[in-house]
Write a protein that binds this ligand. Structure first.
Ligand SMILES: Nc1nc2c(c(=O)[nH]1)N[C@H]1C(S)=C(S)[C@@H](COP(=O)(O)O)O[C@H]1N2
Ligand SMILES: [Mo]
Length: 536
């Protein structure tokens, strides 16, 4: 085999070299993960690169963008970054056969990229980032060096390649001046380093103090609600599969750009009210909980929710009216925009008037009777009734800044989404589900409809091209929330199309025109097909 190689080529086979580089890159990632993990609960180099990617490319993904930042897609992004890193490492491994210095430079570049992303991450601590990047580069280079030295000095040699013809020639010294090593030593070293890569990565995730928030939540005693709009005591009908009026916290959708959920310590957290105000001030968690507060039931929706989608939910929110904090600061009458800023640097802005026009607008610290969970914004978030989350509902809130409408654009605005985001009137059919097979006879068609802050006045359902039929409505705490609806349908055998539409309290019926979520929320009537079979 060696005879088939042009003279002068390095003697470590290409696949082996690739494997070596890949393992070295894996060690680099693993070690970086461990050091970042030991350094607290900030980002790791990998997650910082992910955040950088999201911040940079969210605009070009537009329609996909907000949905992309659902939890599964973030996992896919991280997997992608790891795969690219290993691939890059493999290339460096091959380069390293002839140009070890170039490969070393590649690993430095790799570390520099991670550090660059890390330093741009609001949640990162510079010292931790530098240490993680240094450890990562050292781990990568060390592994590369060890493996290149240990690699069998025969063409194509490597654990995965075909049996190698070992010649009788004394092996020429390779670029690193390594001595011929046994294939066994190489495999052992490679395996040990691979295990180390995985081990450090797992350990790095384990040592993260993610229990900080859980402990703080357990210790928190929520104040009694000053004024409380409670959910209705009961609902008039119960249909299996119909969304419950209150969405439980674990079932509540979660959308944000955060790759690692910010874990904010309640004791060191501060909310700053600043900008165009007379008296800027900061307030801590205990102080916030000591202020007069309110509790209200509010439906929150993501702008990227498709017609019929489930990025919407209703919860009981407790917190301090935004107006209370603004009064204390004294808002400059020239201020036209309120911007919320989060610990991870995300921002959202809405017109100043929404804090004082009578709608529920809270700095919320509790959801469904418990302190906010980490994913829903612990220790505090904004919650403005009637606005999509992307323009209003800043989680992990650290700053409320008063500015002008023209002076600032929230996170999603330069990424192609509208500056204003009022929630559109919408209805959703929960049961029957699309494509289901039913038995002829009495069938309940049921779902939820919402039009915050006006509220829903009627919901109608149409079967095929028949008359629009008015539905029975459930109870709602206020116009801020969705309402359950139901229609009893005498289903006849065959294929049927079901459609639903809602009308708000102002008498406006949701439009039939279909629009995609971008730039300011999907429209159209939720429509589905069902098959009805003969009577049993
Ligand atoms: N810090 C921060 N807050 C955020 C976001 C975010 O990406 N970062 N996303 C917003 C969006 S788009 C929505 S729809 C709501 C979702 O809130 P939830 O995850 O509690 O349901 O949070 C908002 N608050
Ligand atoms: Mo959203």
């Amino acid at each position: 085999m060696r005879g088939t190689l042009p003279a002068g080529l390095p003697i470590i086979g290409r696949p082996t070299a690739g494997l070596i580089g890949g393992i070295a890159a894996a060690v680099a990632l693993g070690v970086g993960e461990l050091v970042a993990g030991l350094g607290g609960n900030g980002p790791s180099l990998v997650s910082a690169v992910g955040t950088e990617f999201i911040d940079r490319y969210a605009a070009s993904l537009k329609d996909l963008a907000v949905r992309l930042f659902g939890t599964n897609d973030k996992v896919a992004l991280i997997v992608g970054i790891i795969a690219m890193s290993l691939l890059f490492g493999a290339v460096l491994g091959m380069v390293g056969r002839r140009h070890p210095l170039l490969a070393a430079a590649g690993f430095f570049g790799f570390g520099a990229l991670g550090l660059y992303a890390y330093l741009g991450d609001e949640l990162g601590r510079t010292s931790v980032g530098v240490l993680a990047a240094a450890a990562s580069v050292a781990g990568g280079l060390g592994s590369l060096w060890l493996l290149l030295r240990a690699a069998p000095l025969a063409a194509g040699a490597g654990p995965r390649s075909a049996p190698v013809t070992v010649t009788d020639d004394p092996a020429p010294p390779d670029v690193l001046g390594a001595r011929p090593a046994s294939r066994r030593t190489f495999i052992t070293t490679a395996a040990a380093l691979a295990v180390m890569a995985g081990g450090t990565a797992v350990l790095g995730r384990r040592v993260r103090p993610t229990t900080v928030v859980e402990a703080a939540r357990r210790q928190t005693v929520l104040p009694k609600a000053g004024s409380s709009v409670a959910p209705p005591a009961s609902q008039p009908f119960e249909v299996p599969g119909l969304s419950s009026y209150i969405t439980s916290t674990p079932d509540f959708y979660r959308i944000d750009t955060a790759i690692t959920t910010p874990q904010i310590s309640a004791s060191s957290w501060e909310l700053e009210i600043k900008g165009m105000v007379d008296e800027p001030f900061s307030i801590g968690y205990k102080e916030l909980l000591a202020l007069d507060n309110v509790e209200d039931v509010v439906t929150l929706q993501c702008v990227s929710n498709e017609v019929g989608g489930n990025l919407v939910g209703t919860a009981v929110w407790q917190g301090v009216p935004l107006a209370t904090l603004l009064e204390r600061a004294g808002v400059d009458p020239a201020a036209t925009q309120i911007v919320g800023r989060s610990a991870d640097g995300w921002t959202a802005g809405f017109p100043t008037g929404h804090a004082t026009d009578g709608r529920t607008a809270l700095v919320a610290y509790a959801m469904n009777g418990e302190p906010l969970t980490a994913v829903h914004g612990f220790p505090a978030r904004l919650l403005i009734a009637g606005l999509y989350g992307y323009v209003s509902a800043t989680k992990w809130l650290t700053e409320i800044e008063l500015t002008t409408w023209e002076d600032f654009d929230g996170y999603w605005v330069p990424r192609g989404w509208s500056k204003e985001g009022p929630i559109k009137t919408m209805s959703r059919i929960d049961v029957p589900t699309s494509g289901s097979s039913l038995t002829a006879g009495r069938v309940a068609i049921a779902g939820v409809a919402w039009a915050p802050t006006d509220g829903v006045s009627t919901v109608e359902v149409q079967v095929d091209d028949g008359e629009w039929q008015g539905c029975e409505l459930g109870e709602a705490s206020s116009g801020n929330t969705w309402v359950q609806w139901k229609l009893d349908w005498d289903a006849t055998p065959g294929e049927h199309r079901l459609r639903a539409r809602a009308t708000n309290a102002a008498g406006e019926t949701q439009t039939e025109d279909t629009a995609a979520p971008a730039p300011n929320g999907a429209t159209g009537w939720h429509t589905l097909q069902v098959r009805v079979g003969g009577q049993r």
